[in-house]
Design a protein around this ligand. Structure first.
Ligand code: CU
Length: 246
């Protein structure tokens, strides 16, 4: 293991370093489950090994029956209460983290509607401009060239309304450590504030039909000035079809 990946593992427990303002809450939940789960796993595995060694059958003891006891109330209370406390603690952290992640701003820099459908994406901007792309029969699953693009500014609150035209889809951008379902008839509104410019891959993560695995998109996070000039060069209510333009 290289020292870099060793350092990453030590600091992030294998989780990717996030690129959004909100992903620290997701990462801290990931870490907390490690903090609680690692000693617990060590304890359980340790006890199993101890039992194997301590109570192994020795020569001449083949018919020995271990001590039998039941209704050991303190023991039963302990192994009921301790897991309940652990679940309650994890639930508390989860609730706190989710509360921050789902919190949406009243004054986002821009509002975008992201629409999922079988099998593609449509991103609608405030002036009615749309970026869209659908599965095409000749699509190469490994190609990202013809994917629809979600353009957004970096370091600003981008509010995205997630809707579905048909069945359940999932708006998932792994690099953002972010996922939210897109459910027909439900308005899921989320805020994303990306701190690093670049191109990221997004995908549908709810099995939504035959070409679900082709349902991907790109996210182009640009400096705000670049985004603004891109935005102002898009005619109102124009439509850009992925794979057709450029
Ligand atoms: Cu889908």
């Amino acid at each position: 293991m290289s020292s870099l990946s060793g350092r990453l593992l030590a600091t992030n427990f294998g989780s990717p370093p996030g690129v959004t303002v909100g992903d620290k809450y997701v990462r801290s939940l990931w870490h907390i489950t490690y903090y609680i789960g690692t000693p617990l796993a060590a304890l359980v595995v340790g006890l199993i090994i101890w039992c194997l060694v301590r109570y192994r059958v020795k020569p001449g003891e083949e018919h020995r029956v271990p001590a039998q006891f039941q209704y050991h109330i303190p023991l039963e209370v302990a192994y009921t209460i301790i897991p309940l406390i652990l679940v309650a603690v994890i639930f508390g952290f989860l609730y706190g983290g989710e509360d921050k992640i789902t919190n949406v701003s009243k004054n986002p820099a821009i509002k975008i509607t992201a629409e999922g459908f079988q099998w593609g994406w449509r991103f609608t901007y405030p002036n009615g401009h749309q970026e869209q792309g659908t599965y095409q029969a000749e699509t190469n699953i490994n190609s990202v060239a013809n994917l629809p693009v979600l353009y957004m500014p970096a370091n600003e609150t981008v509010q995205i309304r997630l809707i579905s035209d048909d069945v359940d889809h999932g708006f998932y951008i792994p690099a953002f450590l972010f996922q939210r379902d897109m459910i027909p008839g439900v308005n899921n509104v989320v805020d994303l504030n990306v701190t690093k410019t670049g191109t990221y891959l997004g995908e549908c993560d709810q099995l939504c039909g035959v070409y679900h695995s082709y349902m991907r998109f790109k996210v182009d996070v640009m400096p705000p000035s670049t985004f603004n000039s891109w935005m102002s060069s898009q005619a109102p209510h124009s439509i850009t079809n992925a794979g057709v333009h450029q």
